[in-house]
Write a protein that binds this ligand. Structure first.
Ligand SMILES: [Fe+2]
Ligand SMILES: [Fe+2]
Length: 342
């Protein structure tokens, strides 16, 4: 084998009770440019794997107090990525195929075989890990591109309709406050805030004559505006990375009594995070000045939200929202002042 073909600098941990065998393996692998750390007993080896990142694990099958398959089981609890080669002295002592599959062991090596086979296994293991890491980083980049694309859409609407951009920022800020006081999980909070940022992106598909109209909308024009949640849902169905936020955005204008749009969903059929967004969205609309209405005070807005409990809004959420705003009054005034251009 040409040593140039070997990928160098992999970090490899070897666990074997047979010190001589480990010395041989260690010498060969170090000669190929890898960093090798050896352990004669599994317990401290597992601790080491927990505290620092390795590319490959070579583990002997028969050991005490825990056998290699149990070691792998324990390692897989915290590291799904490490490439594992299980080795044993003889074929009769080899683990079953089921064990190999269940524990995601990628290779099996018999100590009696030639060591260049082990080198080949290690080389393909490292290549595999490199590919997996490349794919993962490409996926991360793709996710970022898609979120950038959503931001570009929002900036495009904001360039012509300044209100939408500022409104989205304020709605996101209210959602952040509300999520905290409701004790939402971090993934729910993240989805809610992303949905809040982009909830009105569908307005990009609304004609300027309607979107920018300086005055009260006619019924037909209002029907056109009502298309924006569906337009946004269609825009975001471009990738499944938006799967969690599509229903929140699509249903931010549903009403608890079933008289909202676009699907006339009722009560708990409306996604929980959409019910939260709906209150934050409406609160901002009420306290904002629009071409067809003056701004209301925070107190008036809260009164409105109280009145619409169980009709427009989920009653228990409107109560909690009112408490949240009252308990964070200075912060709320700050949001209104700092995210509004006068
Ligand atoms: Fe909206
Ligand atoms: Fe909105």
């Amino acid at each position: 084998m040409n040593s140039n073909d070997i990928i160098k600098n992999a970090k490899i941990l070897v666990i074997d009770e047979d010190v001589n065998m480990m010395e041989i393996i260690s010498e060969i692998l170090t000669g190929y440019g890898h960093t090798v750390v050896t352990f004669t007993e599994p317990v401290s080896a597992i601790e080491e794997l927990k505290s620092s990142k390795y590319d490959l694990l070579i583990v002997n099958y028969l050991m005490s107090p825990v056998n290699g398959d149990r070691v792998v089981e324990l390692v897989r609890e915290f590291d799904k990525e490490i490439y594992i080669i299980l080795m044993s002295m003889h074929r009769d002592l080899a683990p079953s195929i089921e064990t190999m599959q269940n524990l995601d062991i990628q290779a099996y090596f018999e100590k009696s075989s030639r060591f260049d086979q082990l080198i080949i296994m290690i080389q393909s293991g490292i290549k595999y890990i490199e590919q997996i890491r490349k794919v993962k980083s490409m996926n991360l980049k793709l996710d970022q591109y898609l979120f950038d694309f959503a931001q570009i859409l929002l900036n495009t609407i904001t360039a012509k309709d300044h209100y939408t951009g500022e409104h989205s920022k304020r709605v996101k800020a209210y959602c952040e406050l509300f999520a905290k006081s409701l004790g939402l999980s971090s993934s729910d909070t993240e989805n809610l805030l992303t949905a809040a940022s982009f909830h009105d992106v569908g307005k990009i598909g609304i004609p300027d004559s309607v979107l920018l109209k300086n005055g009260k909308l006619t019924d037909d024009e209002y029907d056109t505006i009502k298309l924006h949640p569906v337009i946004a849902a269609n825009i975001f169905s471009v990738s499944d990375i938006f799967d969690a936020i599509v229903p929140i955005i699509k249903h931010h204008h549903e009403r608890y009594d079933g008289n909202g749009y676009p699907d006339k969903l009722k009560g708990d059929a409306i996604e929980y995070l959409a019910r939260i967004l709906s209150i934050c969205d409406s609160f901002d609309a009420i306290v904002s000045k629009r071409p067809y209405k003056d701004e209301c005070s925070i107190e008036e807005a809260l009164e409105e939200i109280k009145k619409s409990a169980n009709t427009q809004f989920d009653g228990s959420l409107s109560e909690k929202f009112i408490d949240t705003i009252n308990q964070n009054m200075d912060h709320v005034k700050d949001i209104i002042v700092n995210n509004t251009s006068k």
